[in-house]
Design a protein around this ligand. Sequence first.
Ligand SMILES: C[S@@+](CC[C@H](N)C(=O)[O-])C[C@H]1O[C@@H](n2cnc3c(N)ncnc32)[C@H](O)[C@@H]1O
Length: 474
Amino acid sequence: MSSLSPIRQLLALITQSVETLEKTCVKNGTGVPDLYEPFSPPSEAFRADPVAAEAANIISAAALHMEAILTPPQVSLYRMVGGHFKSTTIRACLESNVTKILREAGPQGLHVEDIASQNGQDPKKLGRFLRYLANHHVYRELQPNVFTNTRISSMLDTLKPSKVILANPERKHDNTMGLAALASHHLDEVFKASAYSWETLADSQTVLSEDPSAAPLGRVMKTTDTLWQFYARPEENFRQRRFGIGMKGVQAMQPADTILTAFDWKSLAPESVVVDVGGGIGSVSLPLAAQFPHLKIVVQDLPSVIEDAKAMWSTEMPDAIKSGQVKLEAHDFFTPQPQANASVFFLKQICHDWSDQYCMEFLKQLRSAATPKTVLFLMESIMPFACHDPSSDSDNGIPGATPKEAPAPLLANYGAVNEMGYNADITMFLLTNSQERTILHIDELLRNTGWKVTVVRRRPEDNTFLQSIEAVPI
Ligand SMILES: C[S@@+](CC[C@H](N)C(=O)[O-])C[C@H]1O[C@@H](n2cnc3c(N)ncnc32)[C@H](O)[C@@H]1O
């Protein structure tokens, strides 16, 4: 037990970690990015060194912890209660292209009257929204009513010129890195569904249901369709396409080599078949196909998604389709799996879309189609508790399953610094009435469907968002 007060312990963690971070950056020739420079994957290069990434996580977790101690509790409470104010103001700025307008204005920023003259918004309202966001370092007020981007707001940029967006607003996310598309998806159907969570939980018809059609999304969209049936409607084509591009944004949030190193792809023999089950438009298979031409990749998804996939591959990697290296296959994973010779069934963020009952159905279909050597490779967020887990069987002995814990007095899971997995967990409740799972839950699900988890691989810099889980037939 330390004799120091909690704020002194936190300060000590911050001081030690800042020293480590600075030394590591000097050694690697990297640097801590400027809050006022735009985001780009290279701006986050310093995190590639696990020592620097860990130091940055500790500093952020300690700063947030300190803030929780020292900020008046009513202010902290209202930071949470007012979460929807943040969503509201960001949505208005995202959809009215404020970030792009500020990028084109350059570093001196732009008066809110001039922003409004370009995006047609009321400058009196827009200025208030921007100031609210500037309090959280999303945009910066350089002078009264003159705003510019920060590294955080720059993530909302499609990086397209105004002319291109205005000429075809429905296609504004096409061929982008997907970050704006992902945020736009969360601020539309996810945000709207969240307003109906309590109504869903208070209704005896839906409170205990595990049915995907009982998600809050159905209540707000006035439908009993699942998310995927809803997206497949012709009038929802924009949302479906935006979701597909948004999944590319999930990748852009992670180091560029994440998918390439998440599995030992090189060890697979030439012509091995990798089936990307529920692969969306194939944005994860795209870098795999480029980097590992010895693999045969089959991207499977629902028919309307495969149509979008064809459009994407015909621009991004047409030769892979022509040569047969990549096949785009319409397939419903609740029906028997047509690929009977797969080396790998790869499911990224599929199990989290379905409650146990439904997951078990498609995991059994895959088990029936597996050869004795097929590997089931899942990429999912494995959820840690917010406290230390003292039990001796917390990981069922699975190598790599135990997450790294933060030093005391920080929350064992690094708290909100590691929030992405927890965000995904609540999103799953809202859209599909499903969830992210703990390792024991995943292990149980797989055992019950004929699979055995052999290993969990984690990126050292990230404790909750998207780990690799490998399983083999029992
Ligand atoms: C969360 S997305 C993941 C996409 C992709 N694996 C990725 O990580 O980019 C879930 C995908 O499952 C697909 N899906 C939903 N139900 C399906 C079904 N019954 N059969 C095949 N794919 C399905 C959706 O269309 C969507 O593309």
